[in-house]
Ligand binder design. Structure first.
Ligand code: CA
Ligand code: CA
Length: 231
């Protein structure tokens, strides 16, 4: 066999190996990365028009437009429904902690849980780790208001001592003491606020707030966590 033939055979062999690799690897990757629009069931809006007189230093621009689509990997599902909820305020002033994950999102009275004043958190135990793609929060949506120091963290540690990832933090002046955040404050609506989970692996989700522009109390109508099981 002369050198040219040997070289041609070697190139052919490498080429076919590469082809096998590409054919076997590509469909898996394409499947993993296939994105679909996240479908979120929204409650009925409770107010319309321009929010009145909200004075707060770190508010995002109000567009009045609906939230655009949010895309998640195919196979992402609601993983928080009816999951257990704990809180820094274990005895809510109004309602029950279970309201946070009961699937009811109405803005009417009787659907929100009220926690005491000052910085408070609620925590959802997803019962197993998930790749978290999105968290949607409805604090209270029958009146335009801004909740202070909204901080969303995830962890595999139920005490949030180690491995804590902060996904959202709009406490621009660090008044809640968890570190200053760069996210903007926002007005509550029936759309809730969608936080990008960025595929973070975690079992527990902890959400902080520190009163709001109408009163010092903390409220939740519902929190939804969307994720994929960890394989
Ligand atoms: Ca609820
Ligand atoms: Ca603050």
């Amino acid at each position: 066999m002369n050198r040219a033939v040997k070289l041609a055979l070697a190139v052919a062999a490498i080429g076919s190996l590469l082809a096998i690799f590409l054919v076997s690897a590509l469909p898996v990757r394409a499947q993993e990365q296939e994105k679909v629009e996240l479908k979120i069931q929204l409650p009925k809006p409770m107010f319309i028009g321009t929010p009145r007189n909200i004075k707060t230093p770190n508010l995002e621009a109000i567009t009045g437009k609906p939230r655009g689509p949010f895309f998640v990997p195919k196979g992402t599902e609601l993983v928080s429904l009816k999951k257990p909820v704990t809180s820094s305020d274990p005895q809510p002033v109004i309602g029950e902690l279970s309201y946070v994950t009961d699937g009811e999102k109405s803005g009417e009275d009787g659907y929100f849980v009220e926690l005491g004043p000052g910085p408070q958190w609620v925590q959802i135990d997803l019962k197993q780790p998930y790749l978290i793609q999105a968290i949607v929060i409805w604090h209270y949506h029958s009146q335009a208001r801004v909740y202070r120091d909204v901080i969303v963290q995830v962890s595999e540690d139920k005490d949030f001592v180690s491995g804590v990832v902060t996904l959202f933090n709009n406490d621009h002046d660090n008044s809640s003491g968890l570190g200053a955040g760069r996210d903007k404050e926002y007005i509550e609506t029936n759309e809730g606020r969608l936080i990008d989970g960025k595929g973070t692996k975690a079992r527990y989700v902890r959400l902080w707030s520190n009163g709001n522009t109408s009163n010092d109390m903390n409220h939740y109508v519902e929190v939804e966590v969307y994720g994929q099981p960890v394989k």
